[in-house]
Design a binder for this molecule. Structure first.
Ligand code: NAD
Ligand code: UFG
Length: 378
């Protein structure tokens, strides 16, 4: 009898103690309807963060402007949790201010940006306005509302043409960047560094992604490019499913083992979990200033390696043609991921086979991405 009471007392105390744990802060995710944002939100929700998303729907599909993007509806289905959504542009300071006044935001993960390298060469002003001025407006709204913790989606593109490999975070940035998109990432990094020098209360992490590919293993969410894909993996999988006739391989005369470009492909789930680790770092009271981390695997695979692996896992033949090099492309790019391992306690775990398998599952289950109508998604 006494033992029974002691046990039930112990259980009650355990429950009380667990309940007394402070709730995790609410995270504002800009561009959360997009590819990397939606996968990161799954990881954040599974780790008990509350999420507020803002996205202007410029590159994610929603049935109409008042509805949540389809990607976020599926995130809710996957996690059984709710995501608050606001259709807001990051350049709209008044609306941003309202969001900060409505929700108690602990930190911001800033994905929202235009990301097409080729489009940026045709529309440089739009890219600088959206990506650089947009981030400036966001940080002003954060400053006005005393929210000074930020994770910024940067890119390996800030390193320009590698002077050595693997790329470490202290490799020079801003030199020989071949397009306005890349420069918009570099300029924004510089603004954020200046901000942290000027005001020591700011805590900023710059995550430099290498080449994110793959999809959630459920096949429910994945990459859904509008129009003709610019990037290798979505193009490859659309050829495999029969939506495109053949892949053009841009150059086979690079100084690489098989002559095709070499990249550090990283599975989207590894990339997403990197954000979770970065957020933990940002919340650490010891963390100060503005710090950059590479999110890559540290291994390079060629375009032909990826094509062959995709053929193996999908059982489909990929038609391809070797064409001229694409302007601005680099021969070989891969990360040194050791700093993230040491300081964020993060390391990519998934292999190239899994990247292809998960992409293929997403592509088969969603031949037209989030659209139900083929016309619309082409
Ligand atoms: P994405 O286009 O899928 O997602 C970006 C989201 O931001 C979209 O949903 C879009 O509607 C939204 N958005 C764009 N401009 C906005 C604005 N002004 N206001 C509000 N919302 C806006 O792109 P992604 O692949 O998920 O990339 C996310 C971030 O990662 C971007 O900053 C991108 O530059 C960076 N990045 C991506 C890659 C990659 O290969 N995917 C590589 C390196 C860095
Ligand atoms: N490639 C092809 N055919 C295609 C598309 C790409 O052969 O249809 C080749 C490219 O020439 C390159 C490789 O595949 O050798 C990878 O090209 P992607 O366009 O997929 O990716 P990039 O490395 O050019 O750039 C990507 C993102 C950038 C980001 C960069 C970070 O698009 O936003 O990774 O390393 F900055």
């Amino acid at each position: 009898m006494i033992l029974k009471s002691i046990i039930s007392c112990f259980i009650c105390l355990t429950i009380l103690f667990a309940e007394a744990k402070p709730p995790k802060p609410t995270i504002l995710v800009t561009g959360g309807g997009g590819y990397i944002g939606s996968h990161t939100i799954v990881e954040l929700l599974n780790d008990s963060y509350s999420i507020v998303v803002l996205d202007n729907l410029s590159n994610c599909y929603a049935f109409n402007a008042t509805e949540k993007p389809e990607s976020l509806k599926r995130v809710e289905k996957l996690t059984n949790k709710n995501v608050v959504f606001n259709n807001i542009d990051i350049r709209d300071e008044k609306s941003l201010d309202k969001v900060f006044k409505t929700y108690k935001i602990g930190a911001v993960i800033h994905f929202a940006a235009l990301k097409s390298v080729s489009e940026s060469t045709r529309k440089p002003v739009e890219y600088y306005d959206n990506n650089v001025a947009g981030t400036n407006t966001l940080i002003q709204a954060m400053q006005n509302n005393k929210v000074k913790k930020l994770i910024y989606s940067s890119s390996a593109t800030v390193y320009g043409n590698p002077q050595y490999l693997p790329l470490t975070e202290n490799h020079p940035t801003g030199q020989n960047i071949t397009n306005p998109y890349g420069r918009s990432k570099y300029f924004t990094e510089e603004i954020l560094k200046d901000l942290s020098y000027a005001d020591s209360q700011w805590k900023i992490i710059l995550l430099r992604y290498f080449n994110p590919v793959g999809a959630h293993p459920s096949g429910l969410i994945g990459e859904d490019p509008t129009g003709i894909p610019n990037n290798l993996m979505p193009y490859l999988s659309q050829v495999a499913i029969g939506r495109r006739d053949h892949l053009k391989i841009f150059g086979s005369d690079y100084p690489t083992p098989d002559g095709t470009g070499v990249r550090d492909f990283i599975h989207i789930i590894d990339l997403a979990s990197g954000h979770l680790r970065a957020l933990k770092k940002l919340m650490d009271p010891e963390f100060r200033g503005c710090k950059a981390y590479n999110l890559g695997t540290g291994k390079g695979y060629s375009v032909l390696d990826l094509v062959k692996t995709f053929e193996k896992v999908s059982g489909r033949r990929i038609n391809y043609q070797i064409t001229d090099r694409r302007r601005g492309d680099l021969a070989t790019v891969y990360a040194d991921p050791n700093l993230a391992e040491k300081e964020l306690k993060w390391r990519a775990e998934r292999y190239i086979e899994q990247m292809c398998e998960d992409t293929w599952r997403w592509q088969m289950q969603n031949p037209n991405g989030y659209h139900t109508d083929e016309e619309e998604s082409n």
